[in-house]
Design a protein around this ligand. Structure first.
Ligand code: C2E
Ligand code: MG
Ligand code: MG
Ligand code: MG
Length: 290
């Protein structure tokens, strides 16, 4: 067949026969190129953090940092396009360490400015990064190296990560919580957390996934899910925040459902640090004059 070629590969010391499809080969090539680009990008300082404000009861109390790759040829590349591959190849380990260090440096810089010193900072952590043996010491080193206050650092974990090795997860969380680091469960409701685990894990916050927030006014099921997450989180003693809030009507619905913390385009997109800081200062000034 024209599009199937046969080749021989020596693997593990013996000859194996494999068929391949040139389309698959093209994908493999593209992935290899992306991986090389990512490694070079990390060395050349092409990654940066953007910051998205988080509101609580009408005040910006903190933010989430979101990784951006300023690719010299392709412009900004979304983390959705490279984080999964970085996770597969292991490049997420040096990349995630860079994110933690950059985030902690930023947090320490804000602590030195009275108008910004109240801000908390949430950092996304991927499964492979979290489950590496050195993760706890990596976080502690980033804190110590920058002088950032652990109590202002929040780590965002996902349900899949939590369930991969529950004992290891709890041990790491307990250690970091001992220093004051907080934990938020990102994209809540999209994974498979069992309620019994939810009770055992030392979490501080649940994040209502933007998939539920989007149609909260038009889809009664999403409205019910959002309200249920708020009730569940609150009864477990957790702070609940909604992500992906784009309209005033969604914000109002959430507030009526007792969810007063949110982030989303309604207030701001993820911004370069100077723009984020200007937003906070403006909002603080408005808050004082009204
Ligand atoms: P996430 O942590 O759930 O982040 C929320 C995503 O929704 C972000 O996409 C954010 O820009 C976007 N978003 C925020 N507000 C709105 C809104 O009102 N409407 C809509 N439609 N979208 C909104 P982004 O920045 O492309 O990041 C995608 C995902 O990549 C993140 O999802 C997170 O899982 C991952 N990610 C981002 N930064 C990092 C990082 O530093 N490390 C790791 N491991 N993963 C990261
Ligand atoms: Mg997140
Ligand atoms: Mg999320
Ligand atoms: Mg998400």
């Amino acid at each position: 067949r024209a599009d199937l070629a046969m080749y021989q590969a020596k693997a593990a010391g013996r000859d194996t026969l494999q068929f391949y499809d040139p389309r698959i080969q093209a994908v493999v090539h593209a992935r290899a190129a992306l991986e090389l680009d990512m490694r070079a990008g990390l060395e050349q300082g092409q990654f940066e953090l953007f910051y998205q404000a988080q509101m609580d009861h009408g005040r910006i109390t903190g933010c989430e940092c979101l990784l951006r790759w300023r690719h010299p040829r392709d412009g900004f590349v979304s983390p959705a396009a490279f984080v999964p591959l970085a996770e597969e190849t292991g490049l997420i380990l040096p990349l995630g360490e860079w994110v933690l260090q950059a985030a902690c440096r930023q947090l320490a810089a804000w602590a030195r400015q009275p108008a910004l010193a109240h801000l908390t900072l949430a950092v996304n952590v991927s499964p492979r990064q979290f489950h590496q043996a050195a993760f706890v010491s990596q976080v502690l080193a980033a804190l110590a190296g920058s002088g950032a206050d652990a109590r202002h650092l929040k780590l965002e974990l996902t349900e899949g990560l939590l369930l991969q090795d529950v004992e290891d997860t709890i041990a790491k969380m307990v250690q970091l919580k001992g220093y004051g680091v907080g934990f938020s469960l990102d994209d809540f409701g999209t994974g498979y957390s069992s309620l019994s685990y939810l009770k055992r894990l030392p979490l501080d916050q649940l994040k209502i996934d933007q998939g539920f927030v989007r149609d909260v006014l038009t889809d009664p099921n999403d409205a019910t899910i959002a309200r249920t997450i708020v009730a569940l989180g609150t009864s477990l003693g957790l702070h609940v925040i909604a992500e992906g809030v784009e309209t005033e009507a969604q914000r109002e619905f959430l507030a009526r459902s007792d969810c007063h913390a949110w982030q989303g385009y309604l207030l701001s997109r993820p911004l370069p640090v100077a723009e984020f800081e200007a937003l906070v200062l403006r909002q603080e000034a408005d808050g004082q004059s009204s």
